[in-house]
Design a protein around this ligand. Structure first.
Ligand code: ATP
Length: 304
């Protein structure tokens, strides 16, 4: 989430002000309403998503005049499929997320959600269609039900319990005498990194968005917990359109399509095996990461 918010200096302020906030983007926008650069077109209708595909159509974008970050980027994420975005640091991966969430508008080109140009509909309706599982999440000093339901207006107990089950939080909740009424946060139950991530997933599921944006959602976890969370993410991605921004390629190798970005351009795309076979930038990044992983392992394990 921090990655996606880097453009806003106000982020630091918001973060300090609401220290315990497990804030998703929509909430963040509500909080910083006056700082939003992008405005709705007068009389813009709400987006109605029937087929939740995402299209970037020849998008040119830069934060500063004279320096473009995305240079005529085009790609399509068909409804219901999973696309991963990878590439070297600074390639523009998080910028894609920011444009999709309409933090900014492209200088030229279009971003389409469900076939609609997102500049022609309300920002609120675009953001309601997209659920974000951020890198890191902070919890409120409130009970579990509140932390899961927060951000989804009108979430009732049944919706919260279903989301918790789908996020695989049930084993944790079954161990707690007060179950969903258990207080969490600084003065309550301390959750592990993986449990916090599951609360963030449940919170996204309460929104039931047709589109998911995963921002390297497992980066802070140990490898076993990461595998478990990845399995949950895979399950909740079923039937939704998913865009996963990733640094570690091992987490996205099974995506339907992988976009390889370099200097704001799409340099390669395809499945993991097709990209390895084509021996380009992806294959190079894969080899480098495999090497790094090997170096991190104890000598005996490498040998074995
Ligand atoms: P990383 O893998 O390091 O997270 P990334 O591929 O996600 O990188 P982006 O965060 O999209 O890259 O940034 C792309 C480029 O845009 C970088 O050169 C970055 O410095 C620049 N950039 C990002 N945010 C801003 C901003 N608010 N103002 C000016 N430049 C920015």
């Amino acid at each position: 989430l921090i990655q996606l918010f880097r453009p806003l200096d106000v982020l630091g302020w918001v973060y300090r002000t609401i220290r315990q906030g497990l804030i998703d983007m929509a909430e963040m926008f509500r909080l910083i309403d006056t700082d939003i650069e992008v405005k709705d077109k007068p009389g813009a209708p709400a987006l109605i998503v029937r087929q939740p595909g995402v299209v970037f159509d020849n998008v040119v974008f830069g934060y500063d005049p004279g320096r473009t970050i995305l240079n005529g980027l085009s790609f399509e994420v068909p409804a219901g499929s999973t696309t991963a975005i990878v590439g070297p640091s600074g390639a523009g991966k998080s910028t894609i997320g920011r444009l999709l969430f309409r933090f900014y508008d492209p200088l030229s080109g279009r971003v389409l959600v469900g076939g609609e140009d997102i500049t022609q509909v309300t920002q609120e309706s675009v953001r309601a269609a997209i659920g974000i599982v951020p890198q890191d999440s902070v919890l409120f000093n409130e009970d579990l039900a509140y932390n899961i339901g927060y951000g989804a207006e009108g979430a009732d107990q049944a919706m919260i319990e279903r989301a918790a089950r789908d996020a695989a939080l049930t084993p944790l909740i079954d161990r707690l005498p007060d179950r969903f009424a258990t207080m969490v946060g600084e003065r309550g139950l301390k959750l592990s990194g993986g449990e916090k991530q599951r609360v963030a997933i449940a919170r996204t599921l309460v929104k039931n968005p047709p589109i998911l944006l995963l921002d390297e959602a497992t980066s802070a976890l140990d490898s076993r917990t990461e595998q478990e969370i990845l399995a949950t993410l895979r399950r909740i991605a079923e039937g939704r359109t998913t865009i996963a921004i990733a640094h570690r390629l091992s987490t996205i190798a099974d995506a339907d399509n992988i976009l390889v970005l370099d200097h704001g351009r799409l340099v390669e795309s395809g499945t993991h095996s097709a990209l390895l076979a084509s021996r380009g930038l992806y294959a190079e990044m894969w080899a480098r990461q495999a090497n790094e992983n090997r170096e991190e392992l104890p000598v005996a394990e490498v040998a074995g």
